[in-house]
Design a protein around this ligand. Sequence first.
Ligand SMILES: Nc1ncnc2c1ncn2[C@@H]1O[C@H](COP(=O)(O)OP(=O)(O)OP(=O)(O)O)[C@@H](O)[C@H]1O
Length: 274
Amino acid sequence: MGFSLKGVGLTHANGFRALRDVDLRVACGERVALVGASGAGKTTLLRVLAAALRPDTGRLSLLGTDPWDASPATLRRLRARIGLVHQAPPIPPRQRVVTAVLAGRLGQWPLWKSLASLLYPLDPEGARHQLARLDLGERLYERCDRLSGGQLQRVALARVLYQQPDLFLADEPVSAMDPALSELTVALLNEEASRRGVTLVASLHAVDLALRHFPRVIGVKEGQVLFDLPAGQVREAQLRELYAAEGSVPMAGLAVLPDAGQPAAAAPPPLRCA
Ligand SMILES: Nc1ncnc2c1ncn2[C@@H]1O[C@H](COP(=O)(O)OP(=O)(O)OP(=O)(O)O)[C@@H](O)[C@H]1O
C-alpha cells in the first residue's frame, strides 16, 4: 500500500475545516494528480500525506505505518522516506543551490554528515546530476535568492529527486514555470516515479497537464473528494463542477477540454513501498 486515508478530517488552528471525511487508497507505485480550485484543500491533503499535519479525525496509513501511532524514531524514519516539494520552497535565500539540493538527504544521513554537508557540500556531482535533469546544472554554486521563481521550484524538485523518496509528493511544482517547461518537468516527475516504482501525488492547477501525464486524477472540492477516476474517464461536466467557483477550468496549454485523457501505459516497475 502506498497510503490510505479513512474518514480523515482536519481543522486548521483558526477553526477552518479544510478536509472533511476523506477516504482514499493509493497503491504502491500509482501516479495521481490532485486538481481543484484554489482553497479546495489540496495543500492540506499533501501535508497530511507528508506526516506534517495531524488529522483530527479518521485513520491514516503511510507506506504501511500510521505516523501518529508511531514512536518518534519510526516517525523520523518514515518522514525520511517521504519527499514533499512545497508550493513555495522553504529554502534559505542566501543558501547555495548545491547545499539546498543536498539537503534532500539530511533525514537519511547521520548527524555528522548532515552538519558537514551544510558547511561543505559532500556530493556536488550528485546535486549537479539532478539539477542537470531540470536544465539547471550550471547554477550549482549560485545563491538561491538570485534565482527566478521557476528556477527555485526546479531547485526544490532537484532536492526531492536527490532525496529519492518512496512517497513523492509535489504541491503545484510547476506553478511558476512556462507551459513548455511545465510539460517537461511534469513528464520528468512521472518518468522518475515509474522508473523507481514509487508513489507520486502532485497537485496541479493546469488540468490538461494532469490529464495528459497521470493515470489517475482526483478532484478535490471544499475539503472533499468530488471525483476519483482514471484520467480517461474524467468528463468536462465534472471539471466544470469542480471549478464552478472560479468560472472556468484552468489549462496550461491546450484549449480543448478532454473527453478522454491519456493514461500512460506503464510497464510494472519494482515497487518500493514495503
Ligand atoms: N495554516 C492554515 N491556517 C488556517 N487556514 C488554513 C491554513 N492553511 C490553509 N488554510 C485554509 O484551508 C483551506 C484549504 O487550503 P489549501 O492550501 O489546502 O488549499 P489548496 O487547494 O492547496 O489551495 P491553492 O490551490 O490555492 O494552493 C483554505 O481555505 C485555506 O485558507
